[in-house]
Design a protein around this ligand. Structure first.
Ligand code: AP5
Length: 227
């Protein structure tokens, strides 16, 4: 099964992907996280991507397409794609690479959030330096102040591209370059809209319901498991 989480910056793709990954035997592929790891490692890809990401622009399609092609393996139970595809070119390349692997996109979850909420979410986001767990100054504080719930470390950081001017650039690019892939998937009847402005748990329940319905209709080999 291939699930695409589509939505603007701050719509909750990463938050929901992590929760769904825990529930289903699906692997999260977050292109933002993969690229940030490349930047941290100062790899060739990381060196090319750093300034582009800091400015809120898109990293070239060929880099992202190669990354996803190398990670998606035939025979794995499935993937949640978070942050890919982001351009029409990437969407077409994804279809092609999946076709070659005898796989296909099952559902595209379109996460709908008003822009003022997106900005509040992104400007308040921070994460654990050690394990990357994501928090929010208002909506999701660590259970114990200043201590990561997951790894118990005490150092937190904010993403450089979460500054207000870069957020505005990211939202602009999303509308110009990513929104056009919605009609591409709508024509294939794959899009399910989700109101992602509700509480995290409610949004998970809605996505959960959609994925369960996909399991029902696409369970020919019977190896998808729900915990
Ligand atoms: P990426 O990391 O993918 O950034 P993004 O798409 O801009 O998305 P975000 O990570 O900002 O938000 P999210 O939707 O995951 O929200 P989150 O769950 O964190 O990409 C970064 C950069 O990498 C790009 O700008 C680009 O340069 C490059 N890149 C990546 N993929 C690429 C591609 N395919 N092609 C080209 N370039 C690419 O939630 C946000 C905050 O809100 C958190 O604090 C969270 O706790 C909180 N929150 C979440 N849900 C809720 C809720 N329901 N209620 C209240 N708070 C909530």
């Amino acid at each position: 099964m291939i699930v695409i989480l589509l939505g603007p910056p701050g719509s909750g793709k990463g938050t929901q992907a992590k929760r769904l990954e825990e529930k289903y035997h699906l692997k999260q592929l977050s292109t933002g996280e993969i690229l940030r790891a490349e930047v941290a490692a100062s790899s060739e890809i990381g060196k090319k991507a750093k300034s582009i990401m800091d400015a809120g622009q898109f990293v070239p399609d060929d880099i992202l397409i190669n990354i996803i092609d190398s990670k998606v393996q035939k025979g794995n139970a499935g993937y949640i794609l978070d942050g890919f595809p982001r351009t029409l070119n990437q969407a077409e390349a994804l279809d092609h690479m999946l076709h070659v692997k005898n796989m296909a996109v099952d559902v595209v979850i379109n996460m709908v959030v008003d822009e003022n909420i997106l900005i509040e979410r992104i400007t308040g986001r921070f994460s654990c330096v050690h394990c990357g767990a994501v928090y929010h100054e208002k909506f999701k504080l660590p259970l114990k102040k200043g201590i990561c719930d997951i790894c118990h470390h005490k150092e937190f950081t904010k993403r450089k591209d979460d500054s207000l001017d870069v957020i505005q650039e990211r939202l602009k690019i999303y509308h110009h370059q990513t929104s056009p892939i919605l009609p591409y998937y709508q024509k294939k009847n794959l899009v399910k809209d989700v109101d992602a402005m509700e509480k995290v748990e409610n949004v998970t329940n809605k996505i959960d319901h959609i994925i369960k319905n996909c399991f029902k209709t696409d369970n020919s080999e019977g190896f998808y498991m729900v915990n």
